[in-house]
Design a protein around this ligand. Structure first.
Ligand code: F6R
Length: 608
């Protein structure tokens, strides 16, 4: 959510900043701006709209002088998307420039206090308060000023700060929101995410909470909040730029859909040795696993949908009760959990504020937290008691696909591993599960090979106004994801319903031509689902079925069917989600939507 980039060196800064922002546009895209210091003054250029507007206006940054600068791409929280609310923000007499990710929760209070002292604000943002605070407390020593204002601000922040009097340095500060420092040769960088600087350097420092970096052309010094120097390990980014490029695909989303066999393979390959699931990265002992009497899952959005699938799987295999909560609700319902509850936290970015807060709440109540995370070193990964990384590689499209699939793969492994420890899985079932797990990448590929057919189906359906996804049991859990995928990128209204629940009210919305996507992969309830299909069909619905090969009866009660390969019940979601992703992608594309950067959304939601 919002992207930050910074540069200091011998080259012209603005073109580097703008190129970096382009790589971060998935983090926020309602306005963008840069500020450079040409040695005498700040030059600020910002524009409402996507980064392309700023690129055009500044000739890709070429007409902005200066060898040091900071840039930002915004996802509005405080104040509408506009040029005035775009970052960087300057202090009243233009001595400080600030870019900010996160939220200053007490900004109204601070703004009031500063206004009473005669300081005039020009934007509606919380960020401007930071610039004004810096100027108000300025004592000529930038590091000291920064440490003075840090305790005054409540909330979360990743900041890039420039001081007019010190054109040869940039300050980076972090509390909550992520920030990395890129290490170059006689030049250094600052960024909220790796892709922004990956074509410049692979060596980075990751700032921890309340650390401050003083970045100069030829040095980087990191301090804690008491101004003690902190020795940071240099991290080398292993993944290549290709992983963060479109690689010939029109959109990241399509590329990432196609990468799912690899994402799932990478996530499971190292963890299956000699036919056994080995989760040796977790400290959780078999004894602890036996002692848990409940599992609690917290996550947001698609990751929450993985949690709903997990509930069906864990309850089936482990016979332990599972509660799944939308993370933003969890903390505020005073959940009944304790040291006998295992908490599983699921997050691609590892930075989602709601999820992080929910995890901390669970830990406060004594629960052991295992996080399933994609981004290495992210806040949730660091804060959890154990972390199992999904090895999906960087996910750039705002709508998640490969991370969802990799998260499911981890859930299967955990369920089988725990089930084995609890003695709930027979040796034969264990073997079957492992062999199905290993076969998943290949089976996903078989569905990807049908992309043209699914595209053709999408071409007939993209003009529909309302879509209902229905399913029972694990198919219902999956329908939640199918519906979210479609609505978030195509803006077509869609809802997911437990198929048996539709008749309790919502069926009144079904009329001639309403599209119903019926998930019927779970064989045990196939007959019952077919009755629900007939109910909507007789009210005029156009039904598209998704079922396993062999379920020929589905053809009789639907207009068309997408067949997926068979697998064991618990792993069906990994296959059935793929045609829904492809369908959503092409329906959005036929509608001419901005697929990788859907309106109002951003990747990695770091505000509550
Ligand atoms: C939907 C989507 C979001 C995320 C949610 C959680 O396609 O991507 O719903 O799943 O914002 O994000 P993470 O997994 O980063 O915590």
């Amino acid at each position: 959510m919002c992207g930050i980039v910074g540069y200091i060196g011998d080259e012209q800064a603005a073109p580097i900043l703008i190129k970096g922002l382009e790589k971060l546009k998935y983090r926020g895209y309602d306005s963008a701006g840069v500020c450079t210091n040409d040695g005498e003054k700040f030059i600020v250029e910002k524009e409402k709209g996507k980064i392309e507007v700023l690129q055009k206006y500044t000739d890709d940054g070429k007409n902005i002088a200066g060898n040091a600068g900071i840039g930002h791409t915004r996802w509005a929280t405080h104040g509408e998307p506009s040029k005035i609310n775009a970052h960087p923000h300057l202090s009243q007499s233009e001595s400080f420039a600030v870019v900010h990710n996160g939220i200053i929760e007490n900004y109204m209070e601070l703004k009031q206090e500063l206004s009473e002292k005669g300081i005039v604000f020009c934007s509606s943002t919380d960020t401007e308060v930071i610039a004004q605070l810096l100027e108000y407390y300025d004592n000529g020593d930038l590091l000291d000023t920064v440490t003075k204002i840090m305790p005054l601000m409540k909330g979360s922040y990743a900041l890039g700060i420039m001081y007019k009097e010190k054109p040869d340095e940039i300050i980076a500060v972090r509390k909550g929101s992520p920030l990395i420092i890129g290490i170059g040769e006689n030049e250094n960088y600052l960024a909220s995410d790796v892709p922004a600087i990956l074509d410049k350097t692979r060596k980075i420092y990751r700032l921890d909470n309340e650390e401050i970096a003083v970045i100069k052309r030829d040095s980087i010094t990191v301090y804690d909040a008491e101004k003690n120097v902190v020795e940071k390990p240099v991290e080398t980014i292993e993944w290549s730029m290709d992983a963060a490029e479109k690689d010939g695909y029109e959109h990241f989303m399509l590329k990432e859909i196609m990468e799912q066999p690899k994402a799932v393979h990478n996530t499971i390959a190292e963890r299956i040795r000699d036919g056994r699931i080995v989760l040796d990265e977790i400290k959780l002992t078999p004894e602890q696993i036996r002692n848990f009497d409940k599992i609690n899952i917290v996550a947001c959005g698609s990751a929450y949908h993985v949690g709903v699938v997990a509930k069906y799987i864990f309850e089936k295999l482990l016979r332990k009760p599972v509660e799944v909560d939308v993370a933003s609700e969890f903390k505020y319902r005073d959940p009944i959990i304790n040291e006998k509850t295992l908490t599983i936290v699921i997050s691609q970015s590892g930075e989602t504020a709601d999820t992080k807060e929910a995890m901390q709440e669970a830990q406060k109540k004594g629960s052991y937290a295992v996080a399933i995370v994609n981004v290495v070193g992210s806040a949730i990964a660091v804060g959890a008691d154990d972390v199992i990384y999904t090895l999906a590689g960087p996910e750039i499209a705002v709508a998640t696909t490969k991370a969802y699939s990799a998260q499911l793969a981890v859930i299967y492994m955990m369920a089988i591993y725990f089930g084995d420890i609890l003695g709930k899985i027979s040796e034969q079932d264990y073997k079957n599960y492992v062999s199905e797990l290993l076969a998943l990448p290949e089976k996903i590929q078989l569905i990807l090979d049908k992309t043209e057919d699914i595209k053709n189906t999408a071409s007939k359906l993209f003009a529909r106004k309302d879509v209902f996804f229905i399913g029972r049991n694990i198919d219902y859990a999956l329908s939640l994801e199918g519906s979210l995928k479609l609505k978030e990128i195509s803006y077509i209204h869609s809802e997911a319903y437990a198929a048996g629940e539709l008749k309790h009210g919502t069926i009144s919305l079904i009329e001639d031509g309403t599209l119903v996507i019926a998930l019927s992969t779970y064989d045990d309830l196939g007959e019952k689902l077919q009755s629900n299909i007939k109910e909507v069909q007789s009210r005029g619905a156009y039904v598209l079925g998704i079922g396993c090969e062999g379920r020929e009866s589905l053809k009789k009660c639907t207009k068309s069917v997408i067949f997926i390969p068979k697998t064991c019940d618990i792993m069906l979601p990994s296959l059935a989600v793929v045609p829904m992703q492809i369908l959503a992608y092409y329906m959005a594309r036929f509608k001419g939507c901005e697929i990788d950067t859907p309106r109002n959304l951003a990747k990695s939601v770091t505000v509550e």
